[in-house]
Design a protein around this ligand. Structure first.
Ligand code: ZN
Length: 77
């Protein structure tokens, strides 16, 4: 992923330079994303983990619902 300069794209957007170690799907495959380069980006493991959790909860409860109900916490289910 030379295009992304090996940096986490989410950290970079926040002004931090963090080495990207995970290849992330911008649109998750579960939501119709593809393996096309335009749908891939580098992320550090921390950002990728956060995004994966958000995607998993979207799949369970509908788009973004628990983020507002449980800021900073994992839902008790
Ligand atoms: Zn990051």
């Amino acid at each position: 992923m030379k295009r992304d300069a090996f940096l986490c794209q989410k950290c970079k957007a926040d002004g931090r330079l963090t080495l990207g170690t995970q290849v992330d799907h911008r649109v998750p495959k579960a939501e119709g994303g593809t393996d096309d380069l335009g749908n891939l980006q580098l992320m550090c493991s921390r950002c990728h983990d956060e995004k994966s959790k958000a995607e998993a909860s979207r799949g369970r409860n509908g788009r973004g619902s628990w983020n507002r109900k449980h800021p900073g916490g994992v839902p008790q289910t």
